[in-house]
Design a protein around this ligand. Structure first.
Ligand SMILES: *Cc1c(COP(=O)(O)O)cnc(C)c1O
Length: 432
């Protein structure tokens, strides 16, 4: 399969090259040149997440040198489960995507990307340095996935004082080929430093750099797998399509669900849940698409004012009316996030992270309107990762999952750095 740009002025590119490049040369995002069509019968005999992922991704890898490794890539990347669990309200479920090493869904995409890039790195080639700016979850997932991968290094930048204490600890606890900087500035300052480095040809001649943000095909494609796995299992046992509510920031996770439905998996409606950053809900309610600066909320991994994968949604549905008719999007204020976390715990003993709570609140609203069917909320992070928000609301400690506890038990170190490009450039040029 070849990949083309959403902006249409890039020659069709092989998968490995598209993954290595990140952004297409015309500034657009890579998308498949044709969408494969699969049916539930194509998955007969595939019963595990890695087996279903391999079946699903085979057409996308066809003809690429990485194809012969796809089975091994899926087995290594998806070595933790994504269970679909019933909620106490009938026909409602959560798809738990937080059982990976850093307790957020980004572990799936980051681990898959790391497996691909480590195979694309030739022996004896200079190490490739992945630079990531993070508001919390991405950096930890990428650091965990690339830790000790030969030929690859990671440099993480996070805004000092603006991530949760547990997030900060995770970002600094790896060492070895992972270097972490706490930047005196905002997330936008971190992102600006990364962009400047990626565009610095002289620096790249000394230290080859790449990125791992949510537009990467190497993160997007594997994220289809857990929707395929959950919807197929549900179809096999219930004979019903699974409808989805997905907590949404840059639209990477939700767009993977959109693609999974488009290639033929038994997924019904897809509803986008946002926090107070309501660019998408405003668009789906009929306003022109208007990106704006983000505002901080309790669900900080979704504090996005210009969702980067919107361009892919537009590519799949070029007509505004068709696009608006194909999805719903709703926004949830912080007060509702708080109420949802408190009430679901009090009434049912169910504890959610602030991101997942946006989608839980929206599903509850749909049910109040009488919306029928079988629904799953994508649970994007474990509540223990956001204990400073969740614990006061539920009035008790939230047990820390084993993988997260292991990271928190390690020593952590981050080097302070000013939000000043020459200083950052110097550090990158001097990496061992
Ligand atoms: C990144 C993240 C999101 C948003 O995902 P997008 O792919 O950016 O839409 C939601 N919840 C959590 C916990 C996240 O880390």
């Amino acid at each position: 399969m070849k990949f083309v740009s959403t902006r249409g002025s890039t020659a069709p590119t092989g998968l490995g090259a598209a993954i290595a490049a990140g952004l297409a040369p015309d500034g657009g995002l890579y998308v498949p040149a044709v969408l494969p069509q699969l049916s539930t019968a194509d998955f007969a005999g595939a019963d595990t997440l890695p087996a279903i992922a391999t079946r699903l991704l085979t057409p996308f890898f066809a003809g690429d040198p990485l194809a012969s490794d796809l089975d091994a890539i899926c087995t290594r990347a998806f070595d933790f489960p994504a269970p679909l669990k019933p909620l106490s309200t009938p026909q409602d479920h959560v798809l738990e995507l937080f059982h990976g090493p850093t307790a957020a869904f980004k572990d799936f995409g980051a681990r898959f990307l790391a497996e691909c890039l480590s195979r694309l790195q030739k022996n004896g080639q200079r190490p490739l340095t992945i630079v990531v700016a993070t508001s919390g979850d991405t950096g930890a997932a990428v650091a965990a996935a690339f830790h000790r991968q030969p030929g690859l290094r990671v440099v993480v930048l996070y805004p000092d004082g603006r991530v949760s204490p547990r997030q900060a600890h995770q970002l600094g606890c790896f060492g070895d080929n992972i270097t972490t900087f706490k930047v005196q500035g905002s997330f936008d300052d971190c992102q600006a430093l990364v962009k400047q480095a990626l565009n610095d040809a002289d620096l790249q001649a000394i230290t080859p750099l790449s990125s791992a943000n949510s537009i990467s095909l190497g993160r997007l494609l594997p994220q289809m797998s857990y929707y395929a796995d959950a919807s197929l299992r549900h179809w096999r046992t219930q004979g019903e399509p699974l409808n989805l509510v997905v907590p949404t920031g840059n639209l990477g996770n939700a767009f993977a669900g959109v693609l999974a439905r488009a290639v033929g998996l038994p997924i019904g409606r897809i509803v986008l849940a946002t926090n107070a950053n309501d660019v998408l809900p405003a668009y789906f309610h009929g306003a022109p698409y208007t990106p704006r600066a983000s505002v901080p909320t309790l669900a900080n991994a979704m504090d996005v004012g210009a969702p980067s994968n919107f361009e892919r949604l537009r590519w799949l549905y070029p007509d505004d009316n068709t696009l608006r008719g194909s999805f719903q999007a709703h926004a949830v204020e912080d007060a509702t996030i708080r109420d949802t976390i408190r009430q679901r715990n009090d009434a049912h003993g169910e504890v959610f992270c602030p991101h997942t709570a946006t989608a839980i609140a929206i599903l509850a609203g749909l049910r109040r309107e009488g919306v029928p069917g079988h629904w799953a909320v994508a649970a994007t992070a474990h509540p223990a990762k956001f204990e400073s928000i969740v614990e006061p609301l539920v009035g008790r400690p939230v047990a820390v999952p084993a993988a997260l506890a292991e990271l928190l038990a390690r020593p952590a170190h981050a080097t302070p750095m000013a939000a000043h490009y020459p200083a950052f450039r110097e550090r990158l040029a001097q990496l061992p």
